[in-house]
Ligand binder design. Sequence first.
Ligand code: ZN
Length: 242
Amino acid sequence: MTVISNIDILAIGAHPDDVEVGAGGLMAKFHKLGLKTAIIDLSAGELATNGTPEIREQEALQAAQVLRLSWRKCLNLPDRGLKTSRFNIDKLVRIIRESRPRLMLSPYWEDRHPDHVQAAQLVEEAWFDAGLTKIQTQSKPYRPLQLWHYFLSRAGEPKFIVDVSDDYALKREAILAHLSQFGKQANSQETFLNCGPGSMLAVVESRDRFFGSSIGCTYGEGFTTRTPLAIDNPLGLMGVPR
Ligand SMILES: [Zn+2]
């Protein structure tokens, strides 16, 4: 059983490979910078064309090792059933209050996959409710300072881009740990994830190259947030030390 411990970053995905695709580089970078990271998979991804929940769980744990996560937990909500219900919100509220992250990561609120859209809404509501004193759980109310959204199959205009060039090999390794989704095996069916020049890994790499090029580096991951970002040291944006 997963032990929920205090962490700095809590990333949430609808399916076991979402965080790796949208923010795998950032997660690797945060670990390298000495922060503690964790992932919540809302569902086991049981409706995917390839793989079983058991296989996907093993792949997710392998990816967790690549990204050096402190822990990873699957909430086992139904794939295609990530409803924003009081029950589901409270499940997440309890984990947010127990782990007390500074930052949460969520899928972007627009996407071709309805689960990603529902996950974004569920995470936003749990993030908000975790800070409400009159919603009582065993742990004290706590709302993380930041909630950032990463892109999956629809990329919006990023509010900022993080240089993940030095972390990209780990991102690629973490994505490919999900072999049942992104690899081609003897018994696997062709899907848009694993097949052709427009396969998901190619799309993700192209997008990360594009985002990287727009800030003058090789690979970048784009993020957005509904709240303005406070900048303490504007000189840092220009590479000038404080
Ligand atoms: Zn997904």
